[in-house]
Design a protein around this ligand. Structure first.
Ligand code: NAG
Ligand code: NAG
Ligand code: NAG
Ligand code: NAG
Length: 408
């Protein structure tokens, strides 16, 4: 390959490398996922949502249900789908393997292969509700749904997992000292055994925003927003962290312990930053949201992994596609969207989106600028906590039987 074409080789070679990197980026599928929440009364029809997802260069969409309209709209688009069996259904499914089989038939098998459902999430943030009956239903439901997939010979193409709130950690700083809440350790061991046996990933919903909001005077905004900063040194592992999300991921790897963290991959099923919040919600504004999500998308494309797992592909789902006007809780909860309900961007992401709708090969045009190259700092700064509990909506007590009526 004729890279240095001119005598003054150095800078030309460097330029050629940058160009080649950019070209390779374009071809490589950037594994960006996006959460498609629908707690709103003003969202566009799912068919209109497909081009928005494509404009981000996202290749995966995660749902909080198995909405048939969405599954149909994303058929034959090349986009992978993750569906969720809601928390309200766990009690029934845990006890009834036949019901689990029927659910998988009607909500998953029926849509394959045109709608590319690759993952079933069993509930969302189940463990941090501290609801013993819900908690005790989780592993049996995961087993029943996996069993149903085996019966239907779909277990090699569809995996089973669940998403955890980062509050499953009792210790998260420094990352190498990460530890699960003691009362949850036994069930997390069962869940990790399930993942190790079936090859499915461990999912966490990780929000540096909550740590910042809880402690804006102590937590560096640059550190949480992936902006250039000196980083923090974990003096136990001697690993340096230049952003909080990576510290959070590695705290979970540490909590898993050696026996599991070699076998089970962590994926970030939700992360994001609100573009609006209440007066007491520090940092919730469009500028910070743009930095967080824009920088995050660049970092995903660099495939650099976390300090504990360098080079590992980061599977990250941004929260969320739309602002959702009917979500309860503080103002920030209704303002995580990259898009407004009318399909216009909530703010500029600072990355050119793909213009040609329907052209997934292009992906977002991403630059290779390293946003965070911290110089050595003499000592680590005193971050007290890198995790902070997220707002949990009330558990619904909806009748779960309707989900069996989906297919017809
Ligand atoms: C579905 O997604 C998986 C994982 O990316 C991929 O291997 C498979 O080819 C896709 N299937 C279809 C029908 O597009
Ligand atoms: C759940 O229990 C833990 C540990 O006892 C506690 O720290 C946490 O605040 C509780 N969460 C909720 C939502 O009640
Ligand atoms: C998709 O985009 C790529 C890269 O820009 C381009 O080479 C290709 O021709 C496009 N394909 C279609 C079908 O527009
Ligand atoms: C749930 O709905 C089904 C169908 O409408 C009904 O037969 C069943 O009794 C309901 N169960 C509960 C617990 O309300």
């Amino acid at each position: 390959m004729g890279l240095s074409i001119r005598p003054n080789g150095k800078s030309m070679t460097a330029m050629a490398f940058v160009l080649i990197n950019l070209m390779m980026m374009g071809k490589m599928a950037v594994s960006l996922g996006i959460n498609y929440g629908q707690i709103a009364d003003n969202l566009p029809q799912p068919e209109k949502v497909v081009p928005l997802v494509k404009s981000l260069g996202a290749t995966k969409v995660k749902l909080y249900d198995a909405d048939p309209k969405v599954l149909k709209a994303f058929a034959n688009t090349g986009i992978e789908l993750m569906v969720t069996l809601g928390n309200e259904c766990l009690a029934q499914m845990a006890k009834d393997g036949k019901l689990a089989l029927e659910w998988v038939r009607k909500n998953v098998q029926y849509y394959l292969p045109h709608s590319n459902i690759t993952t079933i999430l069993i509930g969302n943030e189940v463990l941090t509700y501290n609801d013993t009956s819900l908690t005790s239903s989780l592993v049996p439901t995961m087993a029943n749904i996996h069993g149903a997939l085996q019966t239907l010979q779909l277990d090699h193409q569809v995996s089973v997992t669940t998403a955890h709130n980062l509050a499953i950690l009792q210790s998260s700083y420094p990352p190498s000292s990460g530890e699960f809440r003691q009362d949850l350790a036994p069930i997390l061991t069962q869940i990790l055994n399930f993942h190790a046996k079936t090859g499915s990933p461990f999912l966490i919903n990780a929000y540096p925003y909550f740590a910042y909001k809880a402690n804006p005077k102590q937590v560096s905004l640059d550190f949480v927003l992936f902006q250039p900063n000196q980083g923090i040194l974990d003096t136990d592992s001697n690993l340096r962290y230049d952003n909080m999300l990576f510290a959070q991921i590695d705290a979970v790897y540490a909590a898993m312990g050696e026996s599991f963290n070699k076998k089970v991959q962590i994926q970030v099923s939700e992360t994001g930053w609100p573009s609006k919040g209440d007066e007491d919600e520090a940092g919730a504004n469009p500028d910070n949201a743009k930095k967080y999500n824009g920088n995050l998308i660049k970092i995903i494309s660099q495939k650099r992994g976390t300090p504990m797992k360098p080079g590992c592909d980061l599977n990250i789902f941004v929260f969320a596609l739309f602002n959702e006007n009917m979500k309860p809780g503080p103002t920030s909860e209704r303002n995580y969207g990259l898009f407004k309900p009318d399909g216009t961007p909530a703010y500029s992401l600072g990355i050119p989106t793909v213009q040609a709708v329907g052209n997934l090969t292009a992906g977002p045009a991403i630059t290779t600028t390293n946003t965070a190259a911290p110089p050595a700092s003499p000592s680590s700064t005193g971050y007290l906590s890198i995790s902070s509990a997220k707002y949990l909506p009330l558990l619904t007590t909806a009748n779960c039987s309707f989900i069996l009526l989906n297919a017809n």
